[in-house]
Design a protein around this ligand. Structure first.
Ligand code: NAP
Ligand code: FE
Length: 370
């Protein structure tokens, strides 16, 4: 089977990189739509920097700042209507995965009339507003992926729009915007990035390029485990986490995610558990499952974290995750059925059966004394 690697996003990185490279946005059009969440971009300096860059290019802008966590389909259509009304030429997303994912759907829907029932149809044209992304969490890697993941109430899960036309043209990585990010979001997003790189290595589409990016990303994140737990991250470590998350994004842009993400979507949809945390709760048990058939692959992943076995990894994750939520047997049964329906299952190097996912949930949520 032949494998491929594709990464069309120009990544610009370093302190003050938006202002230093504002000219890169000059060619994107006369008027920008800035897509962001309700608060954080206004407080961490990212919105101010983007506006200064636009002003220096004499570009106009409007702001859509209504993106909620786990953005809905309705939010994407509302943002697209706002984009059309304001006749914008390009989109700038500022924020975590939620505004970045919403921005991709908005850039698509602003140019193509797609009814909601066909939104996940995978038949899009290249007519999409050009996009520049500024991640302000270090986790999703959405700034370098072609995925827009939306909360889909009809399907009772999160569903992704995936298209090569949804890659942002530009990504600006500046870790200074993350200085005030809470430790709970910092930990959850770092675990999301870790999950991307680990799952990328357990995907049938993994290849030598994605493996090298994934191993570098895993190493960078593991070098921050202790500081994440003690809440003592340095600026340099915040930067490492940001680069690791972008590398993880490049990995899943090419490999996709696996069963961990599909199981995690139910934890987010039904139990309101943050996306990264949801993956983190399941990751060690899934590694234990894969280790039964591919011990060498799991050893390679663990060695990049300087860990000897899955138990050691499980201890690290438990230290970061703290007190776990509880799940009933009925909930587990429902989430397993939903996960089994996703295409992520056939993307796994070791394809899990229903009982394997059931065991993964049970081991993950096992409490001492159960
Ligand atoms: P998020 O939902 O984007 O943001 C979480 C919270 O952090 C929000 O309250 C946000 O506030 C705040 N925040 C963001 N940046 C901040 C900063 N620098 N300082 C202080 N607060 C900040 O969380 P996320 O984990 O980054 O994204 C999760 C979403 O990404 C999920 O929907 C998930 O499915 C998706 N995802 C996408 C991909 C992909 O490839 N496209 C991959 C993995 C996950 P504001 O709302 O005020 O901004
Ligand atoms: Fe993710």
């Amino acid at each position: 089977m032949s494998k491929q690697f594709f990464m069309p996003t120009k990544v610009v990185m370093g302190n003050a990189c938006i202002l230093a490279n504002s000219v890169l946005m000059a060619e994107m059009g006369k008027k920008a739509l800035i897509v962001t969440g309700t608060n954080s971009a206004k407080k961490n300096g990212s919105l101010e920097d983007v506006i200064s860059a636009l002003k220096s290019n004499l570009q106009a802008y409007v702001i859509y700042d209504k993106v909620m966590a786990n953005p809905t389909i309705e939010c994407a259509y509302e943002g697209a209507a706002f984009a059309k009304e304001n006749k914008v030429d390009f989109v700038i997303a500022i924020g975590g995965g939620s505004p970045m994912d919403a921005a991709k759907a908005i850039a698509l829907l602003a140019k193509q009339d797609i009814p909601e029932e066909n939104l996940f149809s995978y038949s899009y044209t290249s007519d999409v507003l050009p996009m520049a992304f500024v991640p302000t969490t270090a986790g999703t890697g959405s700034e370098v992926t072609q995925y827009s993941i939306l909360t889909n109430h009809k399907a009772e899960t999160k569903t992704s729009i995936a298209s090569p036309f949804l890659f942002p043209k530009l990504a600006f990585l500046d870790a200074k915007y993350m200085a005030g990010l809470s430790y709970s979001t910092t930990i959850n997003t770092a675990i999301d990035a870790l999950s991307h790189s680990v799952e990328g290595m357990l995907s049938i589409r993994s290849n030598t390029i994605t493996d090298s990016l994934a191993l570098e990303s895993i190493q960078l994140i593991a070098s921050c485990f202790e500081s994440l737990k003690l809440q003592t991250l340095t600026e340099k470590q915040r930067e490492s986490l940001l680069y690791a998350s972008t590398l993880g994004g490049m990995v899943i842009a090419n490999t996709g995610t696996t069963a961990v993400h599909s199981m995690g979507y139910s934890l987010t949809y039904f139990k309101d558990i943050d996306h990264g945390r949801a993956n983190g709760l399941l990751l060690a048990a899934f590694l234990a499952f894969v280790a039964e058939s591919c011990p060498e692959r799991i050893k390679t992943i663990l060695a990049s974290m300087e860990l000897k076995n899955v138990d050691e990894f499980s201890k690290v994750m438990n230290g970061l995750l703290g007190e776990k939520e509880t799940l009933t047997d009925n909930e587990i049964e429902k989430y397993v059925k939903l996960a089994m329906k996703t295409k992520n299952i056939s993307n796994c190097t070791t394809i899990p059966k229903e009982e394997d996912l059931c065991k993964t949930f049970k081991v993950s949520f096992h409490k001492k004394g159960d």
